[in-house]
Ligand binder design. Structure first.
Ligand SMILES: Nc1ncnc2c1ncn2[C@@H]1O[C@H](COP(=O)(O)OP(=O)(O)OP(=O)(O)O)[C@@H](O)[C@H]1O
Ligand SMILES: [Mg+2]
Length: 158
C-alpha cells in the first residue's frame, strides 16, 4: 500500500517518518527499514506499557522488541516497511509483533561458544519462556511475535 493510500484511510504520517494507528489498546506503527527507528519504537513501547500499568515489563519488553526489530531491518527487503504492534494480553503481559516483507522465516540458532551472531532469538526465547513464534500476515512477508510477562499472571515489578 502506498503512503497516499494509507493516509486516505486515516493513518497519519508522523514527523519521524513512521505512521501510526491506534486501535483500542493496540498501537500499530509502520517504519521505514532503518535501524535509527529502534530507539523510538522502544520508547513507544515503554510509554504504552506505562499507560497500561505494566511499566515493570518495560526493560524486558524493550530488549525483545530490539532484537526483533533489528532482525527485520537486517533481513527484510530494503524498500519495504516494517510494522510494529503492541497489545496487552489477558494474563497481564504484552504481545509484541514485528512484521516484515521477507518470506524467509527466522530460525532459532543453537548457541555455540565461538559464534559471533545467532544470539538474538535465543535471548528472545529465554526472556519470553519460549512464548514467541512466526505466523503468516496479510500480504507479503510474515509476523514475528513474542509475549513478555508472567504466564502465571504475576506481573514482574508490581
Ligand atoms: N525477520 C527475519 N527475516 C528473515 N530471517 C530472519 C529474521 N530474523 C532472523 N532471521 C534468521 O534467523 C537467524 C537467527 O536470528 P538471530 O536473531 O537469533 O541471530 P542473528 O540475527 O544472526 O545474530 P544476532 O541477533 O546475535 O546479532 C538469522 O541469522 C537469520 O538467518
Ligand atoms: Mg538477530
Amino acid at each position: 500500500m502506498t503512503d497516499e493510500a494509507t493516509s486516505a484511510q486515516g493513518v497519519s504520517e508522523g514527523h519521524t517518518g513512521s505512521q501510526e494507528d491506534v486501535e483500542g489498546t493496540r498501537l500499530v506503527k509502520r517504519w521505514t527499514r532503518n535501524p535509527r527507528w529502534v530507539a523510538e519504537a522502544r520508547s513507544d513501547l515503554r510509554r504504552e506499557l506505562g499507560g497500561w500499568g505494566l511499566g515493570g515489563l518495560a526493560e524486558t519488553a524493550e530488549l525483545v522488541l530490539s532484537e526483533l526489530f533489528t532482525n527485520a531491518v537486517r533481513y527484510a527487503p530494503r524498500d519495504r516497511k516494517i510494522e510494529t504492534r503492541y497489545e496487552p494480553t489477558s494474563d497481564g503481559g504484552v504481545r509484541i509483533e514485528v512484521h516484515d516483507a521477507s518470506e524467509v522465516w527466522p530460525v532459532l540458532q543453537e548457541p555455540s561458544a565461538d559464534a559471533e551472531s545467532g544470539y538474538g532469538l535465543a535471548l528472545v526465547d529465554s526472556l519470553t519462556g519460549s512464548r514467541w513464534g512466526v505466523s503468516e500476515r496479510d500480504g507479503v512477508g510474515k509476523r514475528v511475535w513474542a509475549v513478555v510477562g508472567c504466564a502465571d499472571g504475576e506481573v514482574a515489578g508490581r
